[in-house]
Design a binder for this molecule. Structure first.
Ligand code: IMP
Length: 185
């Protein structure tokens, strides 16, 4: 069985990846190596910097993942600043900013950066909308305020398995899995 490291300190992200890879012939192992998350205007740049840094420290194939929430009416804010905004104003702050705004469409974008004989990038986007209030206790980060298209629940109201049917990360992981199985990027 092929061993693949997922470098993340985020237990929920690892849980999602484990569920996504359940039926594949890949043994997923969590690695908590720390790497600098640079501040850049593009999440791909952040992920690329991360894998180049880690490739000097880990010799087995690995990947890491970077994501962001993009609110269309706010010119795609917070995007690459999603972590900072989550850690400062949080979900309550986002709901306050949007309190008089009707158009609440938003999307999550995930970039999975794999290092296996060099760097490979895979993307996933989940489109949806910001809810009017916090809903659900599951998941992490913006999950309680994001409702994916084709659902009436927030990610926070879903199980890991259910979130994986819609999520940006699940789509990016699926693209990586296809590449690992068939060599198609
Ligand atoms: P990072 O990819 O871990 O750098 O995430 C950036 C920010 O977006 C953090 O505050 C995360 O909590 C949040 N975030 C990333 N992915 C998700 C998700 O799937 N659901 C909710 N919040 C997320």
């Amino acid at each position: 069985m092929f061993k693949l490291y997922f470098i993340t300190g985020n237990r929920e992200k690892f849980k999602e990846a484990k569920d996504r890879f359940k039926y594949l012939d890949i043994k997923l192992i969590q690695s908590k190596i720390e790497y600098p998350e640079i501040q850049a205007s593009d999440i791909t740049e952040i992920a690329l910097y991360g894998i180049n840094y880690c490739s000097e420290r880990l010799k087995s194939p690995f990947f890491l993942e970077d994501s962001g929430l993009f609110i269309e009416e706010l010119n795609c804010f917070p995007g690459p600043y999603s972590r900072y905004v989550q850690d400062t104003i949080g979900n309550e702050g986002i709901l306050k900013i949007l309190s008089n705004i009707k158009k609440r469409s938003a999307y999550f974008k995930s970039v999975v950066a794999l290092y296996k004989d060099g760097p490979h990038l895979f993307e996933g986007i989940s489109r949806g909308a910001i809810s009017n209030k916090l809903r659900g206790q599951n998941g992490f980060g913006y999950d309680p305020i994001f409702i994916p298209e084709e659902s009436s629940k927030t990610f926070g109201e879903m199980s890991t398995k259910e979130k994986n049917k819609f999520s940006h990360r699940s789509i990016a992981l699926e693209n990586m899995a296809k590449y690992l199985e068939n060599g198609v990027e």
